[in-house]
Design a protein around this ligand. Structure first.
Ligand code: ADP
Length: 403
């Protein structure tokens, strides 16, 4: 057995998955939320694949205070002990950690050492909401699993191949360099995984394929992948740039900030909150979940209809610009919560692009199938696919690859 434990540690949550890597199956997964609050919640799912016979997945839920990340790991280990599978029978040989910001320094999965932790900490100024929480998870995991290597897998790493023309902001270079201001890109683990699955599904050589990946979740980003390498992506210095998201504005004239500061008296913290938490779908329509936005728009809610229009306009804008950046495209791939599930978003995002060789088949698009699938018509020059992302599996693979 070669089990890998994958950890995604947020400021108040801990997500985990135990995978058996010989057959790449999930043995168990879980989510501990509201860490640091009076009542924490615990969810632990034992996968059917980890038990004998044809049992279904079984989920156990509980509620108890979880003081900090160290306590969350104790709760997780208790959940494995009480509900299975046994960590003694399936001891992880490596623990893989999702780390959001790797800056310029980390462009591949990296075995965690004290120096690596110092560097992750140092990058916190570029990802203040994420890196400190990722680091808390690593430190707690090292205490809980002291005898195995821990590997950090960075969301930014896949975009290390961006050319300077794509990652450089057209501002004063000295100032930008001094403060590490450039485009880094995020969701890299997902963009990498999804573009590779797409090539495999199409039976095409990844090296020869030009792909646009649209990762549309609560956060959303587009990525132009040429021969397996990221050559452009929509998120920038932080995950705020680019597409319209659940609560984030995406692209904006930077002068809007200056204007709102001068005219509306908004300070920088307020602007930060406005753009990251009160913009995007929620800012435009009061609804941050795409299901609600589509439903309200269909029932005549004008604000929701406009929110969806703005979302789709921006998406199409990126598809068009990435076709130009790549010099053509072989495959467009939808992934993450919205991309995998929203028939309406997929259908409308690529409407009117027939002259570019992009034609969706409405029946294929509406099929309830899961798994990687083709949704373009047979006469579409460009293959349009839905590929469920699996960041945990990608982190597990990458973590194994370096030990
Ligand atoms: P995260 O970025 O938090 O990982 P996900 O990739 O899980 O998010 O995507 C979550 C989002 O997916 C939800 O906020 C919701 O808007 C959207 N979503 C999920 N199911 C559907 C659906 N059937 N139709 C439209 N949108 C959906």
């Amino acid at each position: 057995m070669s089990a890998v434990l994958v950890i995604n540690s947020g400021s108040s949550s801990l997500k985990y998955q135990l995978l058996e890597m010989t057959g790449e199956t999930v043995l168990a997964s879980g989510l501990i939320e509201r860490i640091g609050e009076d009542a924490g919640s615990v969810k632990h799912t034992v996968s059917a694949s980890s038990t004998a016979g044809d049992a279904a997945d079984e989920t156990f839920r509980g509620s108890e205070p979880v003081a900090d990340h160290a306590a969350a790991f104790r709760v997780m280990i208790e959940a494995f002990a009480s509900h299975g599978p046994s960590l003694t029978e399936n001891p992880p040989i490596v623990v893989g950690h999702r780390v959001v910001h790797g800056g310029k320094r980390f462009f591949e999965p990296t075995v965690v050492t004290d120096l690596v932790k110092i560097n992750i900490e140092d990058l916190s100024e570029l990802a203040p909401l994420h890196n400190p929480a990722n680091l808390d998870g690593i430190t707690a995991a090292q205490v809980a699993f002291p005898d195995v290597p821990h590997v950090a897998v960075f969301d930014t790493a896949f975009h290390a191949t961006l050319p300077a023309a794509a990652y450089t902001y057209a501002i004063d270079r000295e100032l930008a360099d001094k403060h590490r201001v450039r485009r880094y890109g995020f969701h890299g683990t997902s963009h990498k995984f999804v573009s590779e699955v797409a090539a495999e599904f199409l039976g095409r050589d990844l090296e020869q394929l030009k792909t646009i990946v649209l990762h549309l979740g609560n956060g959303a980003s587009a990525c132009a992948v040429d021969g397996g390498r990221s050559v452009d992506t929509s998120m920038g210095l932080t995950p705020l740039e680019g597409l319209v998201m659940g609560t984030r504005s995406g692209d904006l004239d930077p002068a809007v900030l200056v204007h709102l500061h001068r005219r509306a008296g908004l300070g920088f913290d307020e602007l930060d909150t406005l753009l990251n938490r009160r913009s995007g779908l929620i800012g435009l329509s009061g609804r941050g979940d795409m299901r609600d936005v589509v439903e309200a728009g269909d029932s005549g809610d004008e604000a929701a209809a406009l929110a969806l229009d703005v979302y789709l306009h921006r998406l199409k804008h990126y598809v068009g610009s990435y076709i130009a950046v790549l010099g053509g495209v072989d495959a467009i791939v939808f992934t993450a919560g919205v991309g995998e599930n929203s028939v309406a978003v997929r259908g409308r995002a690529l409407e009117g692009l027939e002259r570019l060789g992009i034609r969706i088949d409405p029946q294929r698009n509406a099929s309830g199938e899961r798994g990687p699938r083709l949704i373009s018509a047979d006469d579409s020059a460009v293959a349009v696919l839905v590929v469920p992302t699996n960041e945990e599996l990608e982190i597990a693979r990458q973590s194994l690859s370096v030990i």
